[in-house]
Write a protein that binds this ligand. Structure first.
Ligand SMILES: [Zn+2]
Length: 309
């Protein structure tokens, strides 16, 4: 059993994961309830002790924004108030007396796909998360791409538009600003400013599902917004394929749940922009991990993978 911990700015989810990728004792703590990571760990340990689960855990895997696999530290996480550098792996080892590994959440998602999802038999693949932001994780020759400093696979921040939308990273025109759920919303709003013929009210808080529903009902703006999003994503994926020659690309997260609305045109644009060598080979697939489970499974997979080595 591996304890998987998914650290987010709002909540910290965790659960025990067995070799088949089944989660038990899933639970959530509120991040703001803890003044630092150590305080959270002490509470987590108590929680496990009280349920007599502590002796079942063999290792701990942690996924977090800006989590660095090499250093075991979270550095400058934008939504965490626990200091600039959080020594996650060291603290977990100290409090639990167990081996522990950390990774950023998107790389964790890729590890989850390899360990428990659709990429079990694949050596070369990418997982792209299309949520509030765009994250990515790559496996190359059967191993996760970490890069020299542990920052490998920040595909959400490749620049797809000269002088484009301002990104949270400080650059302009990053893929994330167009193909995240947030990016889709921005596109809808821009289209609404140009035309009023839409089922989508400006007054409600829009989300990806609302836009997908409207598009399915034939709403012109919603359809156009998905088309613009798919075009950016499809071209970017063609670039990705040209670099990495993967067997498959998995999409995960809010936008991936829009199904055909995002998959169909993205695949078409991707194929249209590939050179003949790559055409018709790469599978564009939905993640086989349930969206609600993916973060905990990914975190657990980081540790499970190391335990197997
Ligand atoms: Zn960026």
């Amino acid at each position: 059993m591996v304890l998987g911990i998914d650290i987010g700015g709002t909540t910290i989810g965790f659960g025990l994961v067995n070799a088949n990728g089944e989660i038990s004792h899933r639970h959530k703590f509120v991040t703001a309830d803890y003044s630092d990571f150590h305080a959270f760990l002490l509470d987590l340990k108590k929680h496990m002790e009280e349920r007599q689960l502590l002796n079942k855990i063999e290792a701990v895997g942690v996924g977090a924004p800006n989590g660095n696999f090499y250093t075991g530290c979270i550095d400058f996480a934008p939504n965490l108030d626990w200091g600039e550098h959080i020594a996650v792996s060291k603290e977990v080892q100290r409090v639990f007396g167990l081996p522990s590994w950390l990774s950023n959440d998107a790389n964790a998602a890729a590890a989850g796909e390899k360990q428990y999802g659709g990429a079990k038999l694949m050596r070369d693949f990418a997982v792209i998360t299309l949520g509030t932001g765009v994250g990515s994780g790559f496996y190359v020759n059967g191993e996760m791409l970490q890069g020299k400093y542990g920052n490998g696979g920040e595909f959400g921040h490749v620049i797809v538009e000269e002088n484009g939308r301002l990104c949270g990273c400080g650059n302009k025109g990053c893929l994330e600003t167009y193909t995240s759920v947030t990016g889709l919303m921005t596109t809808v709003k821009k289209l609404q400013e140009e035309s009023y013929s839409s089922l989508l009210s400006m007054d409600v808080v829009l989300n990806g599902k609302l836009v997908a529903d409207a598009a399915e009902k034939g709403d012109a703006i919603a359809i156009k917004a998905f088309s613009i999003t798919s075009t950016y994503l499809g071209k970017a994926l063609a670039n990705l394929i040209t670099l990495f020659d993967p067997e498959a690309i998995f999409l995960l997260g809010g936008l991936a749940q829009s199904g055909e609305m995002i998959f169909k045109e993205t695949q078409e644009v991707m194929e249209a922009n590939l050179m003949p060598l790559f055409k018709g080979k790469v599978k564009l697939l939905p993640s086989e991990l349930n969206d609600a489970d993916a973060a905990i499974l990914g975190a657990a997979a980081i540790a499970a993978e190391q335990m197997q080595d």
